[in-house]
Design a protein around this ligand. Structure first.
Ligand SMILES: [Zn+2]
Length: 232
């Protein structure tokens, strides 16, 4: 549907537990979400959208701008920016040179190549940081997965005793400043010891990395925009 000057998908979902119709502008995914009870409510939902159009338009206008990974774009990286420096004759595999990312080959393949490069950089950085911190706590083997979860930056599953613990991260963390990334890593590694958010967990986390408040503030201010990188 059309909101302000943007054309947005409307994602409707029926939930048996929903008591009222809910409408939400999802700034991370860039969609409008409508929650309906198990049956009925469609006419009411349409009226709700109509009534709240101005409110929706205001929300959507405050969303971050999409940042496609195109030649000439400046993208966030490691707390700074990288200029996508494309020339057909550059090597096809992207290579970083200072604040530039040199990439060659056909222009239409640039977004996919840059995305793969960012994901590879995220994997290398997060794997090294996690392995080092986990080893300090006596956890030699951790399986690390780099994904694109929208709801959280990291997650940790210890599994059964004797099995290898698994930690997953969003590749988008590689765009954040190093201290933010370090704190997220410390948070997930602390879960290797405490599978909860208890006082003991936070006490351990504080010894691994004390920058919890600064990290939360940074992610609140800038985290959503990271989800718009690579989007047209
Ligand atoms: Zn946690």
């Amino acid at each position: 549907m059309c909101v302000g000057d943007r054309l947005l998908p409307l994602v409707a979902e029926r939930r048996r537990t929903a008591k009222a119709i809910k409408l939400r502008a999802d700034a991370v995914q860039g969609v409008l979400r409508l929650t309906l009870p198990a049956r009925g409510g469609l006419a009411e939902a349409l009226a709700l959208i109509e009534r709240n159009h101005t409110w929706l338009a205001e929300q959507v206008a405050a969303w971050p701008a999409p940042q496609p990974l195109l030649p000439g774009a400046r993208i966030p990286f490691d707390g700074n920016t990288l200029l996508i420096d494309w020339t057909a004759s550059h090597p096809r595999t992207p290579r970083r040179s200072g604040d530039r990312l040199l990439v060659g080959g056909p222009a239409d393949l640039v977004p996919a190549r840059v995305l793969r490069w960012l994901q590879g950089a995220a994997r290398a950085d997060l794997t090294a940081a996690t392995t080092a911190l986990a080893a300090g706590l006596g956890h030699a083997a951790v399986a690390i997965r780099i994904g694109d979860a929208r709801a959280r930056w990291g997650s940790c599953a210890r599994g059964r005793p004797g099995s290898v613990a698994r930690i997953a991260y969003s590749w988008r963390l590689i765009m954040a400043p190093p201290p933010v990334r370090r704190h997220i890593v410390a948070h997930e590694v602390a879960h290797l010891v405490h599978a909860n958010h208890s006082a003991d967990f936070y006490a351990l986390l504080a010894t691994l990395d004390p920058h919890r408040d600064a990290t939360r503030r940074w992610l609140e201010a800038h985290g959503t925009a990271l989800h718009w990188v690579g989007r047209d």
